[in-house]
Design a protein around this ligand. Structure first.
Ligand code: NZQ
Ligand code: ZN
Length: 380
């Protein structure tokens, strides 16, 4: 196990009816701005719960943070927030609203163009932020990351700021999610764990078991959620799996990969594909391409998560990849580029972008533009 320093300061407020906790979490004398997505919260009662909880308080609302939040929209939110003297933010929505609001939280204290913050990669000079999460997937409610898109140039980059001060997770607000978003949320959570687990074997027994526990939970609940997405206990397990999958707890002292995500972000940037859907396409192809390096860990994963005990290490590793792809398909997601109408030119464009940026992703830092091309060819 490698050395590490770990601190996760987000207060997690979990369970039915917990939106009513809001007034205790937001200082009465702050200048508050509440940020929203495209309006799902007006249909499922979340907006009503927020206004009721904050009755008597004065605040500004900003609507319209879209999926894969765009800098073009966030600039407007920052302008409004500056004009109103905002010094506390509440994000109400999925990962996109939370991510976008993280950039706003830094942008409010920055004089230049906020895209410079994204390109700088990190800025922790922020106003405080809280969240009411409506979609389990990204872990953004309990991490410091955000992914911001720029429509104009078809770019999408990760940015790090501060953790939310608090996040409210009421699983009943997820009942209104469309099945496709649930499928993408499960795939996203699954791949988050894999990015931190499917790396170097033998680094940490405790991290391995923790990751395998989340993966097994997802495999167990996915078909049941498809049957009934209004089962409270199932949605509790889904929501907590998503948070635990990307709040740092499964990454302590171990190497990480993240190449599936980096390639997936390009597919979203170029073609607008939903985040979780890109991962279901890229991840099996990545594992097939990197089998030499990942073989031992794949065999461990196959045995412990999928119960694959027969055959050589290579055969078990290959079977584990097949089972993973079948799992994504069982969610109703495409797992091949053609199914999503991604042309070959995109493969070469991603190779070109990665080579231009001189990237080196993966736990061995050996996934370059050329390797990304090989991975994408294996996703056809
Ligand atoms: O905008 P509204 O109307 O609210 O509708 C949203 C949106 O259309 C809808 N939705 C959310 N909650 C709902 C609901 N519809 C009905 N009922 C509810 N309870 O779902 C749609 C998708 O929402 P979005 O926030 O885009 O989804 P998600 O949470 O998957 O976030 C995706 C974004 O997060 C980034 C992705 O790249 C993508 O931009 N990620 C952020 C990460 C992080 N901060 O650590 C890590 C991830 O790997 C990921 O990259
Ligand atoms: Zn993700």
């Amino acid at each position: 196990m490698n050395n590490f320093i770990f601190q996760n300061p987000t207060r997690l407020i979990f369970g039915r009816g917990m939106i009513s906790e809001l007034p205790k979490q937001i200082p009465a004398d702050c200048r508050l701005m509440i940020t929203f997505g495209g309006g799902s919260v007006k249909k499922n009662g979340v907006y009503d719960q927020i206004t009721k909880a904050l009755e008597g308080r004065d605040y500004v609302e900003f609507w319209g943070i879209e999926p894969n939040p765009r800098i073009e929209t966030l600039r407007k939110a920052i302008e409004l927030g500056k004009k109103e003297g905002v010094n506390f933010l509440l994000a109400v929505g999925g990962g996109s609203v939370v991510d976008g609001t993280k950039l706003i939280s830094a942008g409010l204290l920055y004089d230049g163009d906020p895209w410079e913050l994204v390109l700088s990669g990190r800025n922790t000079n922020t106003v405080p932020l809280g969240a009411v999460l409506t979609l389990p997937a990204t872990g953004s409610e309990m991490n410091s990351g955000a992914v911001i898109s720029r429509e104009e140039t078809k770019e999408k980059f990760a940015f790090y700021s501060n953790y939310p001060r608090f996040s409210i997770l009421d699983p009943t607000v997820t009942y209104s999610l469309p099945p496709f978003q649930i499928a993408c949320g499960i795939a996203d959570t699954f791949v988050h764990v894999m990015e931190q687990y499917m790396t170097t074997p033998g680094q940490s027994r405790i991290m391995d078991r923790w990751s395998e526990g989340i993966l097994q939970t997802l495999i167990d609940i996915a078909p049941r959620i498809q049957e009934n997405k209004e089962d409270y206990d199932l949605m509790c397990d889904f929501m907590l799996s998503a948070t635990m999958g990307l709040n740092g707890f499964v990454a302590l002292g171990v190497t990480q990969d993240w190449a599936t995500h980096m390639i997936g972000h390009e597919l979203t940037a170029i073609h607008g594909l939903t985040h979780g859907a890109t991962l279901a396409i890229v991840h099996p192809g990545l594992m097939r391409t990197m089998i030499e390096q990942k073989e031992a860990k794949l065999a461990q994963y196959g045995q412990r998560v999928w119960g694959i005990n027969e055959g050589s290490t290579r055969q078990r590793a290959l079977k584990a990849i097949d089972r993973t792809e079948e799992f994504f398909r069982s969610l109703g997601l495409a797992t091949r580029l053609e199914e999503a109408n991604i042309p070959d030119e995109t493969i070469y464009e991603i190779e070109r972008r990665f080579n231009h940026r001189n990237v080196k992703f993966g736990e061995m830092q050996n996934i370059t533009g050329t390797v990304a091309r090989e991975i994408l060819i294996n996703c056809k």
